[in-house]
Ligand binder design. Sequence first.
Ligand code: AMP
Length: 191
Amino acid sequence: MKYNIVLFGPPGSGKGTQSALLLEKYQLIHISTGNLLREEIASKTVLGLEAQKLMDAGLLVPDEVVIQMIQTQVEKHKNSNGFIFDGFPRTQFQAESLDALLVKFNTKIHAMLALEVSTTELLQRLLERGKISGRADDQNKEIIADRITEYQKKTAPLKNYYQAQNKYHEIIGTGNIEEIFARLCQTIDEI
Ligand code: AMP
C-alpha cells in the first residue's frame, strides 16, 4: 500500500465520479462505504436492513458497522498499490480507527483531498442524480438537507483532523469533470 487517499466532500460533491477516474489512473482500490452498504441492502442482509432505515433518513450508520467493513476490505487488498477511501471516514472516531488500522499494515493516509462545492449546487446536483440513481435518499429535498446537515455537524470537522497532520488539500469541486480531475491529479502528483 504505497499511496492512500481520503477523497472527501459533502454528498453530491463528485467523490464517486472522481474516484472512478483516479483509481484507473493510479491503479488504486476504491472503497466506498456507501456502495458497500447499498450492496448489503441489495443482498437483504440483517446489516443491510438495519442500515437502510438510517440511510433512508439521511443519517449516518453506526461507526462500528462501517469500520468493520473497512477492515475487511483493507485486509483483502493489503497487497494493492493503495486505496481511495470515498465517503469514509465520516466521524472523528472513524478517522482515528482508520489511522490505527493502517499502522498495522505499516502504512498511513498520505492525503485528504476535499472537494468544495456550494450547498445550493449540492442540492441541485443531488436532485438531478435522484432522477437516475434510483436512490431514495437522493429524491427528497428534506432528506438531502438532513444529509448535508449531518455532514456539516459530524464530518466537516475532519478537515481539522487532517490539517493537523498536514494532509489536508482543498480542491475546487465546481467546473467540468475533466477540470476537477486535473486539479486532483495535480495535487496528488505534487505530494
Ligand atoms: P454515500 O453513498 O457516501 O452518500 O452514503 C450513503 C449513506 O450511507 C449515508 O447517508 C450514510 O447513511 C451511509 N454511510 C456511508 N458511509 C458512511 C460512513 N462512513 N459512516 C456512516 N454512515 C455512512
